[in-house]
Design a protein around this ligand. Structure first.
Ligand code: URA
Length: 210
């Protein structure tokens, strides 16, 4: 079977009713960016502005993400940006485990279509999703992992950096350091070819520091 395109998958996702979040959303926020990007960012889930505009990371956290991308010579169009869950939870509450589970096939498919060399997970939810670990983001950030034949760098969620005071704080400095690591990792020669389709099966996930 030929893999479908991101546009085809997004068109189907637009009508998704796999979980309760369908009832409260303005629209599904599927993802944005280059369909063959080397670098994929995965956040948590859409907030108010994303729900309104149908695009991930367009609010204050998104502006910080865009600024950090610019710092390492990249534009939003050069990367692919998406979230663990595609619909805004009411009041921006944390996504529930069954909502994440229901949404997982969309993200797994996005990864298998885009085939990014490097995945950057923003915050705890995305990092847990990919690395299947209970370790918190503050212990994992700034490290480089191999997962399913890809490189993974967890970093802080930009909204958390802003909540912590933004520029001038230690958190901001760490966030900036992580983007320097992202740039160095992209500049390094590619690792051996990526494995085919990522799996949501925790038993097949390897958490490996190198
Ligand atoms: N926070 C996220 O995790 N994702 C978005 O798209 C926006 C804010």
């Amino acid at each position: 079977m030929t893999a479908r395109t991101l546009a085809e998958a997004a068109a189907e996702a637009a009508g998704c009713t796999r979980c309760r979040l369908a009832a409260g959303r303005t629209q599904v926020v599927y993802g944005v960016g280059a369909p063959d990007a080397d670098l994929m960012f995965i956040g948590e889930g859409p907030g108010y502005h994303e729900d309104q505009q149908g695009e991930p990371f367009v609010g204050a956290a998104g502006q910080l993400l865009t600024r950090m991308l610019g710092r390492i010579g990249l534009a939003r169009e050069d990367v692919y940006i998406c979230n663990v869950i595609k619909c805004r939870p009411p009041g921006n509450r944390d996504p529930l485990p069954d909502e994440i589970e229901a949404c997982t096939p969309w993200l797994v498919e996005q990864i298998s279509i885009v085939q990014p060399r490097l995945i950057v997970t923003l915050g705890n939810f995305a990092t847990r999703f990919v690395l299947r670990t209970s370790r918190g983001i503050s212990r994992l950030r700034g490290q480089v992992f191999r997962w399913q034949g890809r490189t993974v760098i967890p970093t802080l969620h930009p909204a958390a950096v802003l909540r912590g005071g933004g520029e001038g704080t230690r958190q901001f400095e760490l966030f900036r350091e992580d983007f320097d690591l992202i740039r160095r990792t992209l500049e390094a020669p590619p690792e051996p070819a990526a494995a085919p389709t990522p799996s949501s099966d925790a038993s097949s996930t390897q958490l490996e520091l190198f």
